[in-house]
Design a protein around this ligand. Sequence first.
Ligand code: ZN
Length: 257
Amino acid sequence: MADMSRFRGPTHRFANPAAVVEGFRPPKEVENITFNDKMRLFGDPLDPNFERDNIVAAALPGFGQGKAKEGNILCHRLLAESLQTVFESIQALNLPYYFDPYRDTAESHYCLRYAKTEDNYKALVNRPEYAKCDKSHWNVTFAKADQAAGRGNDLVNGKRKCEHLSAHSWGSALDVNPASNPLGNGKEFDLPYEIVCEMAKFGFYWGGYFQHTGSDFMHFQWGARRSMGRGRIFLGRAWPIPWAPEICTSRPPSISS
Ligand SMILES: [Zn+2]
């Protein structure tokens, strides 16, 4: 059990995802990008060479008590520089908050896996091709089996399997402090609003705003509309986007519990 007392920031609780949006006002410039956008920008994660060609380790500052450690996270090569910059920027804010170190087995950064939703589980669990897979980590083992067998385009519930992948599969998502920022509507979380805003300035959209699949307070994924005008991609060049105070409200919401 994690020791919550180490996190000195206030905790927050909202009744449902709509209330999260009301309380932690979401920036307009970032949003949940589409499957096609991710394929176009980052490539096909079910390609057996995807990881070798695209995934890199980034050493991010601000991890561990005292913020003296680096968090080695695996991410898409196009996002490494932005992540480095945003974590430096968060550290410069000097908030009474730090990030827990990532662990070797984490699904918290790059990880080929299906989105861990009840709908996906129901649609996939009884399919014969997964008979020998470890069901306790179904979202990972099923995706790896499909990559190995080239079954990413099989239809499930009217969509190709690859469309059910989590953003983590592209290395464009990361989860921070899952112990105190759980997945689930109405749960208590302690992520400071300032961090949500800082991440947004650099194009990372917060999972707390997810409406259809439910609040995912630990989760950020890249989704900056601003960088994708007229098919031109500025990833890795014009990032970070310039300081834009209008992206967030000037002060954190006072709602806390
Ligand atoms: Zn996540």
